[in-house]
Design a protein around this ligand. Structure first.
Ligand code: SF4
Ligand code: SF4
Length: 258
């Protein structure tokens, strides 16, 4: 029985692929994006998040926290256990919804990701993966109906500075991925002080336009939700400015659909 470490399962999501979707967030990511929105998914091992403002000081931590102040993120689950939850939502998917495997980086748990994609297919459920493409596994990636990926910066130097690895690794994987013949949706998280300028976004857009299978390129404004979770994990918090509507409108001139 294939098992994996699941951070969370979100039901009825409208933001992680087409239609209404169930999103399975897996633990483990090889990147260290400074603006990370899911910092609880970086380490593969289970972790405790402590939201001090919710703690009522009852002293019953051993019995489990009922106020939501102390949350354990990371649970070992089998493919069947995850699919049981996914199937509860199947009737809401309609034509375009389905299952999205996200993270973290799902390719860090390749065997589990593959088994979830196969199980969903057996039930006729549309499958999507959200990946950084910092890693590459043709068997796992080709088991999905849709590949959603990020290109955060176009050049090695800044990509390494802000995520920990060279842009070349991701770009090479994007080109390999395109050969699989699966629709690819590209995205860039827009972060002020990192990539929120026309020159950077147009360079990313120019690269993506040359990738045959990328049918859409969209920009996502930075969201500070990750900082709340960083604080709860006891790790250093880096907060960026939220991009304005007018900045997003300007940069969206480089987004495309074909
Ligand atoms: S790829 Fe995603 S999960 Fe991994 S560090 Fe970057 S933002 Fe966080
Ligand atoms: S059980 Fe929760 S609310 Fe009570 S002391 Fe522990 S963390 Fe605080």
């Amino acid at each position: 029985m294939t098992k994996g470490i699941v951070a969370d399962i979100e039901r009825s999501s409208l933001h992680d692929g087409p239609g209404i979707r169930t999103v399975v967030f897996l633990k483990g990511c090889p990147l260290r994006c400074e603006w990370c929105h899911n910092p609880e998914c970086i380490k593969k091992e289970p972790q405790t998040l402590f939201y001090s403002e919710k703690c009522i000081g009852c002293g019953k931590c051993e019995e489990g926290c009922f106020s939501g102040a102390k949350i354990i993120c990371g649970k070992e689950m089998t493919t069947d256990e995850v699919m049981k939850m996914v199937l509860l939502d199947k009737s809401y998917y309609a034509e375009d919804g389905g299952l999205t495997i996200s993270g973290g980086e799902p390719l860090m748990q390749g065997e589990f990701t593959l088994s979830l994609a196969k199980a969903a297919k057996e039930h006729g459920i549309h499958t999507a993966i959200e990946t950084s493409l910092a890693l590459y596994d043709s068997e796992v990636l080709s088991s999905f109906d849709l590949i959603m990926f990020d290109l955060k910066l176009p050049d090695d130097e800044r990509h390494r500075k802000y995520t920990g690895i060279d842009a070349k690794i991701v770009k090479d994987n994007i080109l390999k991925c395109s050969e699989l013949g699966i629709p690819m949706l590209a995205r860039t998280p827009v972060v002020i002080g990192v990539n929120a300028d026309a020159e950077t976004i147009s360079e990313i857009s120019d690269f993506l336009k040359k990738v045959p299978n990328v049918y859409k390129y969209e920009l996502l404004p930075y969201h500070p939700l990750g900082t709340v979770k960083q604080k709860a994990l006891g790790i250093s918090v880096r907060k960026f400015e939220i991009p304005t509507k007018s900045l997003m409108e300007e940069l969206n001139n480089y987004a495309f659909i074909r």
